[in-house]
Design a protein around this ligand. Structure first.
Ligand code: PNW
Length: 450
């Protein structure tokens, strides 16, 4: 297997960033060290039945102690950029004051990355809400949006000048829907009314945080990271075609419309969730729709749907398609399709970074090697899809592989491996997989060109 990049691909451009991504709770461990407070994921993962095999992030990849080696590892891959997240419960105490030890951890990490010429992309919220804020109502409570802005203010004052790209939220859709709607993620609630309120308060928090970031760190780029989904149908009834539209309305427009158009898609509440209108107050949408310097897009798969006979949609798995260890269909066309669609649809679409793309494989170390051929083909095909979107006029400026290393995959624990670096959890030994070697070698070739 190779990493075949055609000569005219955007990937050869030195200013197209290639990076790797992680998130705090998935790699750090050390959950009760140096004053870190409990987060909703500590609580959720400690609740029987919520995470596969009862796994938790208590140790994870032990990155909190091994970060210097991990920075060496990232540098050895020749990547341009590293995307990480800051754990809110590590850096802010219950009274809203800085926890110096937590801040120092991220300051040193960011300094080490910059010393090696690696661009830093920092997400403020990758799902680890302090538990004490959940106890006060979590994202269903409007006050949490203001607490989030205070956290953004604190962190951006402390770390100004060390971050190239700030993202406020990672995938508010997952926080709202899986956290408060399906219950698949922390805090595990199951109410569409709560999901709708949580989404609104997440987006309000985003807008308020953006103001703090602009004030405290003007030279950096600021944006938000969204997961997007491609919905299609194999049915031929009008209600099947409508089902595919409703799927994308619920996954994409619900979040993109308020951010880029300053309004929620009314059909979502009228047709899918009768009555679950978000608790919008005067002036909220102007705060939410403030201009972004970039939009981060996370893309993984497409979903096939049909009409449910009741004005909604049901997911129907297609037979005979390639799937990952998550059961997700490998569908690179969806990425190009969505990017071109957003470009056509939103006049104010900012420059785009693919902030996550990748797949879980059942990777095993054999004779010191991990041959992850399915992942290599996956990355090749998705990078080609990004290149097609760029050639169709979409302003995509970078791509981050999810993930740097195998880690705590939320409700699936350590069972699912997304890394381009293998982690043996018993020893914490990292082993570069074949995909990582190919990325490293490609970047060496790209950098060697004049
Ligand atoms: C993203 N879905 O999560 C997250 O940003 C990462 O932390 C995570 O490890 C990665 O993707 C892989 O799952 C998602 O069900 C979780 O559609 C669930 C979904 C999408 C993204």
């Amino acid at each position: 297997e190779t990493f075949d990049v055609p000569p005219d691909s955007v990937l050869w451009r030195r200013d197209f960033l290639l990076g790797v991504a992680t998130a705090a709770y998935q790699i750090e461990g050390a959950v009760d060290e140096d004053g870190r407070l409990p987060s909703i994921w500590d609580t959720f993962s400690a609740t029987p039945g919520k995470v596969l095999r009862g796994d938790t992030g208590a140790v994870a990849c032990d990155h909190y102690h091994r970060w210097r080696d991990d920075v060496d590892l990232i540098a050895a891959l020749n990547v341009d950029a590293y995307r990480l997240s800051i754990a809110w419960p590590r850096v802010m105490d219950r009274d809203g004051r800085a926890n110096e030890k937590g801040i120092a951890f991220y300051r040193e990490l960011l300094q080490a990355l910059r010393a090696r010429g690696i661009r830093t992309s920092v997400t403020l919220y990758h799902w680890d809400l302090p538990q004490h804020l959940e106890d006060a109502g979590g994202w269903c409570n409007r006050a949490t949006a203001y607490r989030f802005a205070e956290y953004a203010d604190l962190v951006s004052r402390e770390l100004a000048g060390l971050v190239d790209f700030w993202s406020t939220l990672n995938e508010p859709w997952c926080s709202a829907m899986h956290g408060y709607g399906t219950g698949h993620h922390a805090p595990g609630h199951t109410s569409v009314t709560e999901a709708s309120a949580a989404m609104h308060h997440l987006l309000l928090g985003h807008g308020l945080a953006l103001q703090a970031l602009r004030r405290n760190d003007p030279a950096s780029q600021k944006g938000i990271v969204l997961n997007v989904g491609r919905g299609t149908t194999d049915g031929d009834r009008p209600e099947d075609r409508r089902a595919a539209e409703l799927f994308e309305l619920q996954h994409n427009d619900w979040v993109l419309d308020p951010l880029l158009k300053g309004s929620y898609p009314a059909a979502l509440f009228e047709q899918l969730w009768q009555g679950a209108e978000p608790p919008v107050e005067e002036g909220d949408l102007a705060i939410i729709a403030a201009p972004l310097d970039f939009l981060g897009i996370n893309y993984y798969f497409r979903t096939n749907v049909r009409g449910d006979g009741n004005g909604g949609y049901v997911e129907v798995d297609l037979e005979g398609v390639e799937r990952t260890q998550m059961g997700w269909e490998v569908y690179p066309e969806g990425l190009a399709h969505l990017l071109v669609g957003f470009h056509e649809r939103y006049a104010s679409l900012p420059p785009i970074y693919i902030t996550e793309n990748g797949m879980a494989c059942d990777d095993e170390v054999m004779d010191g090697h991990v041959v992850d051929g399915q992942r290599i083909a996956f990355l090749n095909r998705h990078l080609a899809a990004v290149d097609r979107a760029v050639k169709a006029g979409v302003d995509v400026r970078g791509y981050y592989i999810w993930s740097l290393m195998d880690n705590f995959e939320w409700a699936f624990g350590y069972e699912r491996r997304f890394g381009i670096v293998h982690v043996d959890y018993a020893t914490q030994r990292r082993t570069v997989k074949r995909s990582a070697e190919l990325v490293r070698d490609f970047l060496a070739r790209r950098n060697g060109r004049s």
